[in-house]
Design a protein around this ligand. Structure first.
Ligand code: F0G
Length: 462
């Protein structure tokens, strides 16, 4: 097939939902009322919602049919066996436990394996993973490769773990004090880059030599597997499903949020081979989530996730998905908007530190850009910078390592013309970016301030 320029969405649209059109004047008022915090804006006032790719997918007609087929029996529902089989076929693990979302799986698993005096090592923990490791009394240590912080480098696998640093840390901390090594695929907190199969193999070797379980955070496993197919030597001929199976075979278990690469609006699971973990996890599951054949999910959700896990490895879908993300990247680059290169599978991350270099970190350049994108085009994105992470232990201001704006693309929701619109909005911003003002906090909660903090433009009354 020739390389067509036009991205063909590999679906036709059966059901539509109107977008939230507003005028610029309305958006200016809404922003002010929301205290320049986009989490406080109601979704019907958003034109294009790029806040997250989590739980925001469009389900297929087959998934909707699954909802009708769902068996809602409390114990041993037919839908449970459909779900269990889909997860086992993909991962190869013996035991599967459902949970209502990724962080519930994390909470159960960390409670079983972690504890005081232990250190969990990861290529990078996602926020909720880190929070659950810490809540269980352990330390979360990130060992990403150095090139992950060089945004212009085109290194193909910036999601990798630093193997030399991993070996060094394991021997310094002592393998008995490392309850698990986590590989997050793709590495969401560092711009969504993939992990290579070679790196997974090396991490697996280190883990096995030291008798440490290797666990995959599989939220975006299919995007990672497809990026392996596209970027790693010797992988181009392999089916994505087979690459994914190999990824899971290198680990001892996985935790998954089904809200990403399973096209589900809710759900998650744990899967592994260890019967001792099963016994302990089941007890916690029943305590907090529900009976082990539904675990916080309706039978219909279990069916829809099982179907989603099959659809996500369709390579026509994955080509469209990655082409859409790359297309957005190309469009932003045309407008000289600096982004993290090369783009991964689920989002584009704009480097606001460079784009709005006139705004210092304590005036939240990435949040200023988030607000401006909304004001100009009704686009909702999310800040991953000093508003989210810029606080020291004494709750004083401490600039974050990066000032990013994440534009996450929900799966199968927006078309190429929506992406063209996003690019056009950036085009409008570029010429007048120097006029964009920084923000200051007027009120903030004790923790996770980005969700509820109130801000105002620097120098404004309110
Ligand atoms: N792991 C990764 C890599 C994630 O990106 C997320 C969620 C989770 C675990 C937790 O899963 O939300 O089902 O409890 N990421 C969302 C995001 C929230 O917007 O990136 P969950």
């Amino acid at each position: 097939m020739p390389e067509w320029k036009t991205i063909i969405e590999p679906f036709k649209i059966k059901m539509v939902e109107p977008l939230g059109f507003t005028t610029k004047k309305e958006r200016a008022d809404l922003l002010k009322k929301a205290h320049y915090n986009l989490f406080q804006i109601t979704a019907d006032k958003v034109l294009i919602d790029l806040l997250t790719d989590s739980g925001t997918s469009a389900m297929s007609s087959e998934q909707w049919a699954c909802l009708m087929r769902g068996d809602e029996s409390y114990a041993g529902a037919r839908s449970w066996y459909v779900f269990e089989k889909a997860v086992k076929d993909l991962t190869g693990y013996r035991f599967v436990l459902p949970a209502h979302q990724g962080r519930a799986a994390e909470r159960i698993f960390m409670s079983v394996l972690c504890g005081p005096g232990k250190t969990v090592i990861a290529n990078t923990h996602f926020d909720t993973t880190r929070a659950n490791v810490e809540a269980a009394g352990s330390v979360a240590l990130d060992l990403p490769v150095k090139e992950a912080f060089n945004f212009s480098s085109m290194a193909p696998f910036k999601g990798n773990i630093d193997i030399a640093a991993l070996k060094k840390s394991v021997s310094e901390i002592g393998p008995q004090n490392v309850p698990m090594i986590i590989m997050t695929v793709t590495n969401n907190s560092l711009g969504g880059p993939p992990v290579s199969l070679a790196n997974l193999k090396e991490a697996s070797k280190v883990a096995r030599q030291n008798n440490i379980p290797l666990i995959i955070d599989a939220a975006r496993f299919a995007e990672n597997a497809f990026l392996i197919k596209l970027r790693e030597k010797g992988q181009a001929h392999r089916p994505v499903f087979e690459i994914a199976q190999e990824m899971f075979s290198l680990a001892d278990g996985c935790l998954m949020s089904a809200k990403k690469d399973a096209f589900a609006n809710m759900g998650g699971f744990l899967a592994f081979n260890n019967s001792d973990w099963l016994k302990k996890s089941k007890e916690l599951l029943i305590l907090g989530e529900g009976f082990p054949t539904y675990g916080g999910l309706a039978g219909r959700d279990l069916e829809a996730i099982a179907q989603g896990l099959k659809e996500i490895v369709d390579e026509n879908y994955l080509s469209y998905r990655l082409r859409s993300v790359a297309y957005l990247a190309e469009g932003l680059k045309k407008h000289k908007a600096p982004i993290i290169n090369p783009p991964g599978g689920h989002a584009i991350y704009v480097d606001a530190k460079r784009f709005l270099s006139h705004i210092p970190p304590h005036q939240f350049p990435a949040q200023a850009l988030v607000c401006e994108l909304y004001l100009t085009g009704g686009i909702r994105s999310v800040e991953v910078g000093s508003l989210m992470f810029g606080r020291g232990k004494a709750r004083d201001f401490k600039p974050a390592k990066m000032e990013l704006v994440r534009l996450a693309l929900p799966r199968r929701v927006y078309t190429q013309s929506h992406v063209d619109f996003i690019i056009e909005v950036f085009g409008h911003l570029v010429g007048r970016k120097k006029s964009i003002r920084g923000l200051e906090i007027i009120e903030e909660p004790k923790t996770l301030r980005h969700f509820t903090a109130k801000l105002k433009p620097v120098g404004a009354d309110r």
